[in-house]
Design a protein around this ligand. Structure first.
Ligand code: NAD
Length: 426
């Protein structure tokens, strides 16, 4: 490693989402044969819309919140990405996250570009009625920016299926017709897809299973540790156990439980079944979240929050394979260390892309007014994941790059080719 790389890596433990997205673009650009002008355009979002969202609180007072929608790139199709309600939402963060969505959709070869948005608000301080009014007014404020062929939001931190149903209803009322394809992640009764909720965890499990096989291990013999027992972590853990792996450790925000003989993941309540229920389960050992990351296991799945594997602990990671369930769990500093140590890291933009892939299925179902069975969703997700896996694997083998670099190369090549084919207007 050169000294410049060490400095970059050290600083990158603290960078913002936008800095990370731009740095990853710069790094990926060195591996691809894409015109410099295309890379320059991809450093910038198409637009970022800022709106004021007035809300009448339950006590009759009026409070005004700020909302954003960042639209990064739509060369391959409409913008796609979540809406988050969180006190720390910023325009810059939305741009960074929208860039990640562009890469994620492209690596999966979905006909979408990247978007992200949200409202600067702590949803815990809102009543149900206030959250609904805020969502409906936000839908109205960004009505001209969104639509099934323009920009399709989805749930993210602080928003859920119910929020998407309110958004879809508000948009549809204003347009004068029911338009379910304006958002994904809705309840199935109003055009949501079966299997959407479990999809990111399922894709993490599929990528882990393929990586286990690629590195010459038998799934019946592998041990797995999962940080975060929410939608992503628990679904991945349960599937891997069903497929024969020993899930030896899982955790939530309070810490984890550990059994070298393997845990019964179906008996451990997920975050939505019983928040913070992991530590209450019977197990021979407990571990802190920091210790869980350093367990001697075959596969480590960080599936809770970002920036947990850093330059400080990367040397102590003993897993043979890391599969990123959360978005951005490995800092670039840690990435450099793990790369040096030949520990493969299967990147988030591939591993947890099952979520946006089933969102794409939902959009198809909405547009065609034709529901798919849960079995069809599972089968189509399996085949999309295997296809993306093999595209990325071919790049790893052909260019001798890391899995993350390979995923970016696949994504950037597709976007670059689309931009070159369409040209710059005027
Ligand atoms: P979730 O809220 O369902 O569960 C999160 C879990 O992580 C809970 O068990 C919680 O207790 C635990 N946790 C929270 N903070 C922690 C910490 N500091 N250390 C250890 N554990 C902690 O969330 P989720 O939907 O499973 O999302 C997890 C991650 O996956 C996030 O990074 C999210 O952005 C990403 N992701 C989610 C989806 C999705 O559709 N659900 C899709 C792609 C990526």
């Amino acid at each position: 490693m050169t000294s410049t790389q060490v400095t970059d890596a050290a600083e990158s433990d603290h960078e913002s989402a936008l800095e990370t997205a731009r740095r990853q673009l710069r790094e990926a650009a060195t591996h691809v044969d894409v015109d410099g002008g295309v890379i320059e355009r991809l450093k910038h979002p198409t637009r970022v819309v800022e709106v004021s969202v007035p809300l009448r609180r339950d006590d009759g007072s009026v409070e005004v919140f700020t909302g954003y929608r960042a639209q990064h790139d739509d060369v391959r199709g409409p913008y796609k990405g979540g809406l988050r309600y969180h006190p720390e939402v910023t325009a810059e963060e939305c741009v960074g996250l929208s860039m990640w969505m562009t890469w994620k959709c492209a690596v999966m070869d979905l006909p979408f570009g990247g978007g992200k948005g949200g409202i600067v608000v702590d949803p815990k301080n809102l009543s149900e009625g206030e959250k609904e009014r805020l969502t409906r007014r936000f839908a109205e404020e960004i009505r001209d920016e969104v639509g099934p062929s323009q920009d399709i939001p989805a749930p993210d931190m602080g928003t859920d299926a119910k929020t998407m149903a309110w958004f879809m209803d508000a948009y549809s009322m204003q347009q004068g017709e029911t338009i379910p394809g304006v958002v994904t992640g809705k309840p199935p009764v109003v055009g949501g897809s079966y299997g959407r909720e479990e999809a990111p965890g399922r894709s993490v499990a599929i990528v882990a299973r393929e990586a286990i096989d690629y590195y010459g291990k038998e799934i019946d013999d592998v041990s797995v540790a999962v940080q975060g027992y929410g939608s992503v972590g628990a679904n991945a853990a349960r599937l891997l156990q069903d497929w024969g792996a020993d899930v030896v450790a899982v955790s939530d925000v309070n810490g984890g439980i550990y059994d070298t003989a393997g845990l019964d993941t179906h008996a451990i309540p997920t975050h939505s079944e019983q928040p913070e229920g992991v530590m209450g389960q019977d197990a021979p050992n407990t571990v802190t979240n920091a210790e869980l990351l350093e367990l001697d296991v075959d596969v480590l799945i960080p599936a809770a929050v970002g920036n947990v594997i850093t330059r400080d602990n990367a040397d102590r990671i003993r897993a043979d394979i890391v599969v990123e369930g959360a978005n951005g769990p490995t800092t670039s500093g840690a990435d450099a260390v793990l790369n040096e140590r030949d520990v493969p890291v299967l990147p988030d933009i591939l591993a947890n892309a099952g979520g946006v892939t089933v969102s794409y299925f939902e959009w198809l179902q909405d547009i065609n007014r034709r529901k798919w069975s849960a079995e069809r969703v599972r089968n189509e997700l399996e085949s999309e994941m295997l296809s993306a896996w093999s595209d990325v694997r071919e790049e790893v083998e052909a260019a001798d790059v890391s899995w993350r670099d390979a995923a970016y190369v696949v994504a950037l090549t597709r976007i670059g080719k689309a931009k070159e084919a369409r040209g710059l207007w005027p």
